[in-house]
Design a protein around this ligand. Structure first.
Ligand SMILES: Cc1cc2nc3c(=O)[nH]c(=O)nc-3n(C[C@H](O)[C@H](O)[C@H](O)COP(=O)(O)O)c2cc1C
Length: 200
């Protein structure tokens, strides 16, 4: 598997799902093997800040859909996040997924296990919202920067941001946006991990 697409909005058939589908269509055209994890189809409990993972690197919460994700997040080299904005940031359901990677942060930074988990990789962010403020994407960009860091991806990454998209279907009718997304997916799908380059 080359690319994991994380769809972090709870709305099915919405704009960020359409964005991810178009990005992945491009990536597949480039020959990448892809998988999509959609938060709307899964249940992830929020982090309880119990601190158990601080010494073990393993989250104590079980019985939800996060368990299988840990190994995907630390092994698939290319990860694309697609999200809408709820109050300037990632919707709560998707944010729960990100918060649960605190266990991986401890593995990487406290337990020093991370170099054994992923040789190299790269992230990409697709984000969109209904309004048009200049600073609209600052919070999501920061959040995803440190999410990528937590799972061992570089803190610098490419992104596409789209404003003034609200109702379902608003993105799909913007052929200019759809083309940009497809092209970005094509380029992302061509990337392959460099053997011997350690995670940053
Ligand atoms: C609870 C909630 C909060 C929202 N907050 C924002 C916001 O802060 N800024 C913004 O531009 N859009 C906001 N929106 C609008 C959505 O980001 C927008 O409709 C987006 O296109 C939805 O994408 P989706 O279909 O992928 O979920 C909000 C929507 C909801 C439901």
């Amino acid at each position: 598997m080359d690319i994991l697409g994380l769809h972090l909005s709870p709305r099915k058939g919405g704009n960020s799902e359409d964005a991810l589908a178009e990005f992945i269509r491009g990536a597949r055209k480039s020959g990448a093997e892809t998988e999509i994890f959609s938060i709307a189809d899964h249940h992830i409990e929020p982090c309880r800040a119990c601190a158990a993972c601080e010494t073990t690197g393993i989250c104590v919460i079980s019985g939800d859909d996060m368990g299988a994700l840990y190994s995907l997040l630390t092994s698939i080299p290319l990860i694309v996040v697609s999200t809408s904005l709820f109050f300037y940031d990632i919707p709560a359901q998707g944010k729960a997924l990100i918060d649960r990677t605190q266990a991986l942060w401890y593995r990487r930074y406290s337990l020093k296990q991370f170099s054994t988990l992923r040789p190299s990789g790269r992230g990409f962010l697709l984000a969109l919202g209904a309004t048009r403020g200049q600073d609209l994407f600052l919070p999501v960009n920061l959040c995803v920067k440190y999410f990528f860091d937590s799972i061992g991806l570089p803190k610098t990454f490419d992104s596409l941001f789209f404003r003034q998209l609200e109702a379902k279907g608003d993105l799909k009718i913007r052929s200019d946006y759809m083309e940009q997304i497809y092209e970005a997916g094509l380029a992302f799908g061509r990337w392959r991990p460099q053997v011997g380059i350690a995670a940053q």
